[in-house]
Design a protein around this ligand. Structure first.
Ligand SMILES: [Zn+2]
Length: 208
């Protein structure tokens, strides 16, 4: 059976729920991860949060945060190997401990139809999470990884990229691919507290 992502058109309310913490006694956990893995294998996505696939648990699957490959995919120039590229990273109950720096990118989402949003994300995040064996990790996710993971972690709290975007456009996938070539991932700064940088940015806009 083909797995379909829930969209804002199907059931926005479902996507707005706060996902529950994963319990390691949960007998469905491996199956849930398989569903995520299967969907990501079959679709050109960077990552998915479980809630998008009708699994409202704090579970994120990361497929592709490799900007070189993503850029080739935007240009339809990826080789078969690159098309199948899969980091296959699973993060359970992830929590962001620290946000550093500022970037922006025109994000899209498997649940948000053709809406593309310009979103400011931290350049680097410190994340605490568990792997499938229940081991606790504390790792930095840097650069484009931080953008992708921040987007997915928002899903766990029912937040969509369109909610926090400063601009939203509607465009079909092929147009988005072209658009991203002229509007690539942008690093504003790699240092400083993200929350302060965002506040300064907001105040600058108000002063204009
Ligand atoms: Zn999304």
């Amino acid at each position: 059976m083909k797995i379909e992502a829930i969209t804002i058109k199907d059931n926005e309310k479902y996507l707005r729920q706060v996902s529950s913490k994963v319990n390691f006694d949960d007998k469905n956990l491996q199956n849930d991860i398989n569903v995520l893995a299967e969907y990501c294998k079959e679709n050109e996505v960077m990552a998915m949060a479980a809630v998008q696939l009708r699994i409202p648990k704090r579970l994120v699957y990361i497929k592709n945060t490799n900007l070189d490959i993503i850029n080739k995919l935007q240009k339809n120039e990826a080789t078969e190997n690159e098309e199948n590229y899969n980091e296959a990273r699973v993060l359970i109950n992830p929590v962001i401990i620290e946000r550093i720096g500022l970037t922006d990118y025109w994000e899209a989402c498997a649940s948000c139809l053709n809406f593309v949003g310009h979103v400011k994300r931290p350049y680097k995040i410190l994340v605490e999470y568990f792997d499938i064996d229940g081991n606790r990790h504390r790792d930095y996710f840097e650069g484009f990884e931080s953008t992708v993971l921040s987007h997915e972690m928002d899903h766990l709290d029912g937040i969509l990229h369109m909610d926090i975007a400063d601009e939203v456009l509607e465009m079909p996938v092929e147009q988005r691919k072209l658009f991203r070539q002229s509007h690539p991932y942008n690093i504003v700064t790699k240092t400083g507290k993200y929350e302060n940088l965002l506040q300064n940015d907001f105040e600058k806009k108000l002063a204009k």
